[in-house]
Design a protein around this ligand. Structure first.
Ligand SMILES: Cc1ncc(COP(=O)(O)O)c(C=O)c1O
Length: 411
């Protein structure tokens, strides 16, 4: 214990840090601006999790690397190409690593994500929401002109026509994929003849180049039970495959048939896709862990949970519970799980607060203790942070900015 007297004495003699102990000395030594300076210089020596502010996003580099490699190996072994979805990480650093292991491009949800990845020099960006409205059409055409490897979808002849006109006036040529309905009512042209006719329209347009078809079975990705998921994915994709056949018979180019998700990566090998759009596999969240895998019905553990939100216990005035510094703003959810502490339950307690609870006899948490939580939905959680701290054990080994997160760049 440091008494007030010895504390003041130590302070006056300059030995305060030594009195507080080595850990406090280190922490004081790594003041916030010093930490920021080190991050800017990419000098991570001696930077450990304990030094970081909370809540922060922490990535376990070992599990992340395993996830990356596992999907890359699956792609090589099956011949099913990988164009991973970036909406999960919104990070150029992560995307580079996916491409480095053989991914043929990147899938995006927004034009801003597409612009970010393409302007970072990454090729084969595939935007899977059709451009609607002048702003998005103009940007999609401009991006097609700047980056001939950029692909965009249409699910409606009205948009195909508008993109054709915009491309004509910009002197551009857009490479287009027809989005075919695959069970998710949010998008996709009706399969069969309507989708064929849309593909024919694209093919006949002077400033559009038909590249292939896509169908995203979003309902299958989180279907519980591998067999149930398999059935759902096969049912959902049947119309897409029928459309592929129709297009090929009509002499249309079908260079790609894109779709799939983390939940169906080892199912869609039998569904006629040529490439997968999986995203969550790199980090995993508690929503996905619950859907069950082919070899483990209880936990979907084909990919490891690599990402956590690190929080601090900030108050502990009541039995069997404590308060943490992550709440609604940090996208805390009751379905989040505490890493290494399966007995802990999570509750929301306002914008900046959460509550962790335990039962009599469980190990309780201490004031100031760090608790890492597995988030429930990666897209949402990653979107509220500026950066991902990459950790090997306690040591921080890298920091990656989340350049495509919410706010202006997201639009
Ligand atoms: C169009 C599209 N493709 C693929 C995915 C797959 O993502 P995940 O692997 O994270 O389920 C998503 C996720 O929302 C998506 O919107």
């Amino acid at each position: 214990m440091t008494s007030r007297r010895s504390f003041l004495k130590a302070a006056s003699t300059g030995s305060l840090l030594a009195t507080l102990g080595p850990r406090a000395a280190r922490t004081a030594d790594l003041r916030l601006n010093e930490i920021e300076g080190r991050i800017a210089r990419r000098d991570f020596r001696a930077l450990i999790k304990e030094d970081l502010p909370t809540p922060s996003l922490i990535l376990d580099s070992e599990i992340f690397d395993q996830n990356l490699r596992r999907m890359a190996e699956h792609s090589k072994a099956t011949g099913l190409k990988l164009r991973p979805h970036v909406k999960i990480h919104k990070s150029v650093d992560v995307a580079r690593r996916q491409l480095g292991l053989g991914a043929i491009g990147l899938t995006t949800a927004t034009i801003a994500e597409s612009e970010l990845m393409s302007s970072s020099g990454l090729k084969g960006v595939f935007w899977t929401r059709q451009p609607a409205g002048r702003n998005n059409i103009t940007r999609a055409v401009a991006l097609s002109k700047r980056d001939p490897t950029f692909l965009l979808v249409v699910d409606d002849p009205i948009i195909a026509e508008l993109v054709e006109q915009a491309a004509a006036s910009a002197g551009a040529r857009c490479t287009v994929v027809v989005d075919v309905f695959a069970g998710l009512t949010r998008h996709g042209m009706q399969s069969g003849r309507p989708a064929l006719e849309l593909a024919q329209k694209v093919d006949a347009s002077k400033h559009l180049r038909l590249h292939g078809l896509m169908g995203y079975s979003g309902g299958a990705s989180h279907t519980r039970g591998w067999e149930e998921r398999r059935k759902k994915s096969c049912d959902d994709l049947a119309g897409l495959l029928e459309t592929v056949e129709l297009c090929r018979k009509s002499g249309l180019p079908v260079n790609i048939v894109s779709g799939g998700s983390t939940g169906t990566y080892n199912i869609d090998t039998e569904n006629g896709l040529t490439e997968l759009q999986c995203g969550s596999y790199i980090f995993m969240d508690t929503g996905y862990r619950k859907v069950g895998g082919k070899s483990n019905a209880a936990v979907y553990d084909d990919f490891g949970a690599a990402l956590t939100v690190m929080t601090t216990v900030v108050s502990k005035r009541h039995p069997n519970q404590c308060t943490i510094d992550a709440g609604n703003k940090a996208l805390l959810r009751p379905t989040d799980e505490a890493k290494g502490m399966p007995w802990i339950t999570v509750e929301n307690q306002g914008a900046e607060y959460g509550i962790l609870k335990w039962k009599d006899g469980d190990r309780d948490l201490k004031l100031g203790e760090r608790v890492e939580l597995y988030p429930t939905n990666l897209d949402m959680s990653v979107n509220v942070y500026d950066r991902i701290y990459v950790a090997r054990g306690e040591q921080i080994v890298d920091v990656w900015p989340i350049m495509g997160r919410s706010g202006a760049p997201q639009r």
